[in-house]
Ligand binder design. Sequence first.
Ligand SMILES: Cc1ncc(COP(=O)(O)O)c(C=O)c1O
Length: 386
Amino acid sequence: MAPKKPIYVTQPELPPLEEFLPYLQKIWDARVLTNGGPFHAMLEAALCDHLGVKHISLFTNATIALVTALQALRIGGEVITTPYSFVATAHSLMWNGVKPVFVDVDPETLNMDPARIEAAITPQTTAIMPIHCYGTPCDVEAIQRIADDYNLKVIYDAAHAFGVRREEGGEQRSVLHHGDLSVLSFHATKVFNTFEGGAIICPDAKTKQRIDHLKNFGFVNETTVVATGINGKMSEFNAALGLAQLKHIDAAIARRGAIEARYRELLRDVPGVRMLERPAGVTPNHSYFPILVGPGYALGRDGLYRSLREHGVMARRYFYPLISDFPMYRGLPSADAARLPVARAASDQVLCLPIYPALANEDVERIAAIVAAGAVATPLPMPLAA
Ligand SMILES: Cc1ncc(COP(=O)(O)O)c(C=O)c1O
């Protein structure tokens, strides 16, 4: 019997409604709905403080922010990127008329393998666009060395990396400091959400100003337009929600951490299931809980995916298919499957299990039990619903 309420891979976080209503009242009173209103300014300041960064520019979503980041740095030609991401990473290149060049990922982190980047550089290469996959920091030092040697820009798709820090020089520092620009997503499914939203982390005030112009049609003032900008502005509603969400973010990440710890304990000895380890010194945000279901697992990845669904658990094959397999990319020479064996294997094996603060311990245990049962025989016949 299927459960009454399915368990999805995530459930968006929301503050208590009564905490949000005073913000709405202020918006109604002021009648400032967008175009850089007071909540927009307050959220930028609050996020700089929370994330430990100096400059941030809020956006309507991360996809428009990625498109704008490429515009801001005037990126053209070819950009080296990963096939193991959400399609928006490569799509942002195509929207700029830039050719994506896919390289394989590292088997431990599933982030772009720096050793492959150098081999993919051509005279047309202008930038590298990696993602911190599942919030695991890339090998930022190795990537920066390559960028410096070849005079390339680095734009991180940091959609998964809200609040992620790593040890640098004896202290914990935001991973968002690396590269020329980093882009965050505040989509409903992310650790920190503003319903829809995103941001670019900028290194200096001048770059932020350029990005602020670009997200507002290129307007500098009422009569001056300095670029073919776009409408990427975050509204006051979304910014106010962000302010309300921020008050709960530490507790939400701590609860995610507890869920991850329990999954790890329960799945540690399940044959054929691998869990990703993070590099030492990382403070994670526990945004996803991916497992890799290998050849030693009786049901296979897709069998487990189906078994979970039969029990009302909507785990996701994230990322599957690879970006390089979609019709608009598969004709590229760099999309050739033979060049991307690690990404392909990960895409064939990955399953992201549900993780979100409201997920009950008992559900974590039942989900783990379904995974364990599929390792040795047929799926558990028990329903998930309480
Ligand atoms: C890696 C990655 N990049 C970009 C995006 C796009 O973010 P948004 O939905 O805010 O446009 C997502 C989100 O789903 C993502 O996971």
